[in-house]
Write a protein that binds this ligand. Structure first.
Ligand code: SF4
Length: 280
């Protein structure tokens, strides 16, 4: 029986990107190949905020403190918090999804498989999830990925078959490619050929998290590398800020930059609406 280590499973409004405003079930898987400790820090500095959170003080994922710097979903990959993300079999995950859906079945809602990095460790388990009889009504899926993990050939084949079963089905890859403000190394973070590969299966778009003019310039320059590899999708700029105080500092500047450069703006609605609390 296929299993997935699940950090969070919840129902909310998609706050970012192409499906902003769409009621969505979020499946947050455990594990990531990055740390993104540079978010919200001065250039060249890395956050140690998550290291100050003592795992022994918290019995549930949802009670962990939010951080203002570094990755805002740190507990979905930091091994110190892995005990808060149970390994669950597919039947149990599907039953929970049915309980979350307002009508107990898929109608117009959308499934977001996020992380962590959802294409890192669980590609072999997703066919059992998506092919489960109770998941038949699902039409739209987004994988929220950092764009560094190739699709496994068997999973790619499965996704293409899944699309063929119903003309109304759509698969989206929301690629949050990491710029230097994340603290990650460019050669490991910017993988145009891999993202180009996602377009063989579904719609892919790039979503760059930015705070400064330098970040915006770097995002636009990175986008040209993806274009050079044949990437056809849209490019979004999204303000940094897992907490409202940080988000509010630069969201308008990012809107203006998106307009100036003719790219799309992505909000992060979950921050002003729900203060980016867990499970939102
Ligand atoms: S890629 Fe995403 S989940 Fe992974 S560390 Fe960076 S921000 Fe966090």
């Amino acid at each position: 029986m296929a299993q997935i280590k699940v950090s969070e499973l919840f129902y909310s409004i998609q706050g970012e990107g192409r499906y902003m405003g769409v009621p969505s079930v979020f499946l947050r898987t455990f594990g990531c190949n990055f740390k993104c400790a540079g978010f919200g820090m001065l250039k060249g500095e890395l956050s140690s905020e998550r290291e100050e959170v003592n795992p022994e003080d918290h019995k549930e994922y949802g009670n962990l403190p939010l951080v203002t710097t570094g990755c805002d979903s740190y507990a979905s990959w930091d091994p110190r918090f892995k005990h808060l993300s149970p390994v669950r079999d597919i039947d149990s995950i599907v039953d929970s999804i049915m309980e979350l859906l307002p009508f107990g079945e898929w109608r117009d809602e959308h499934l977001v498989i996020t992380g962590g990095e959802p294409l890192l460790g669980w590609q072999r388990a997703y066919p059992a999830l998506l092919g489960h009889p109770k998941m038949r009504g699902l039409k739209e899926i987004t994988f929220e990925t950092n764009g560094t993990q190739e699709l496994d050939p068997n999973f790619k084949k499965y996704l293409l078959e899944w699309l063929q079963q119903d003309n109304d089905r759509e698969i989206t890859f929301s690629v949050s490619a990491k710029l230097s403000c994340s603290g990650e190394i460019r050669e490991e973070a910017i993988k145009p050929e891999i993202v180009r590969g996602y377009e063989a299966v579904g719609t892919a778009y790039l979503k760059f998290v930015v705070a400064t003019e330098d970040d915006i310039a770097e995002a636009l320059e990175a986008a040209t590398l993806y274009r050079a590899a044949g990437f056809r999708g849209h490019v979004y700029l999204m303000p940094v800020g897992g907490v409202e105080s940080v988000y509010a500092l630069n969201n308008k500047n990012v809107v203006l930059a998106a307009m100036k450069h003719g790219v799309r703006y992505s909000d992060r609605l979950q921050v002003p609406l729900f203060k980016n609390a867990w499970a939102t």
